[in-house]
Write a protein that binds this ligand. Structure first.
Ligand SMILES: O=C(O)[C@H](O)[C@@H](O)[C@H](O)[C@H](O)COP(=O)(O)O
Length: 237
């Protein structure tokens, strides 16, 4: 098997500069989608790293009313919960110019991700994919989206030949039940970004790229090693 590592890293000494650069890049992608197709679709991650990027992106001038924004994954909690990625996107991204965007949540209000799966799947199916841009993050355990080590649907979620668009995920490190877009769904994108901060994550990513030691099995390696879409890593200390 040939391993393709089509990864470019953009390193910044300043995290605000990183957030600004990625916001400009993503806005450019959205503008191109609007110009060429009349609409654009963006999928973003939750967590703490993208906050500055979201705020910066929210000020970009473009026709947000024709942009749909969804999540690469969601913690199965109400959108009022402080762990909710929807809450984060609403409070940090869908403001200013970006307040006009249409948000497509993954959380359905059902009791479990399994119970909400069909409805969440229908929401993603209704999007005019491919995405114009997908922005991933990464945890220090090597997870990305909700592709957690030891996750109950991990193999299925990473299967490039799989047909599922979204899957539930339960994992020891996940905190709560999750729902996640699968890797083949995330790779239906015109541009793929991985936004990471900190030296520990930089080293982990370097090991994952080379397939060294424990990093060989980190779920993020599946993103770095896939042959379909180049990955642009945006890193700051
Ligand atoms: O809902 C989530 O947890 C995310 O989408 C997840 O994949 C995130 O990107 C990483 O956990 C990094 O999170 P931090 O930015 O908080 O380190």
């Amino acid at each position: 098997m040939t391993t393709h590592l089509n990864v470019t890293t953009h390193s910044f000494t300043d995290c605000r500069a990183q957030a600004t650069a990625l916001a400009e890049r993503v806005a450019e992608r959205l503008r191109r989608g609007l110009a060429e197709r009349g609409h654009a679709v963006l999928a973003v991650s939750g967590g703490s790293t993208p906050k500055d990027f979201f705020e910066r992106l929210s000020h970009e001038q473009l026709d947000w009313a024709r942009v749909q924004v969804t999540l690469v994954d969601e913690r199965w909690v109400a959108d009022t919960d402080e762990r909710s990625n929807a809450r984060l996107v609403k409070s940090r991204l869908l403001l200013h110019a970006a307040a006009a965007a249409r948000f497509v949540p993954l959380y359905t209000g059902d009791a479990s991700p399994e119970a909400g799966l069909a409805a969440a799947d229908a929401r993603i199916e209704a999007l005019p994919l491919p995405f114009d841009a997908v922005v991933l993050g990464m945890g220090e355990d090597g997870h990305t989206a909700s592709f957690f080590p030891g996750g109950d649907h991990l193999a299925e979620a990473l299967d490039l030949d799989g047909t599922a668009r979204v899957l539930p995920m339960h994992a020891p490190g996940a905190g709560e039940p999750r729902i996640t877009l699968t890797l083949p769904t995330l790779l239906q994108t015109r541009a793929l970004y991985l936004l990471v901060a900190g030296e520990k994550k930089r080293d982990l990513l370097a090991d994952a790229r080379l397939g060294l030691g424990a990093a060989r099995d980190y779920p993020v390696r599946a993103v770095l090693a896939q042959p379909r879409v180049p990955v642009a890593v945006y890193w700051c200390p």
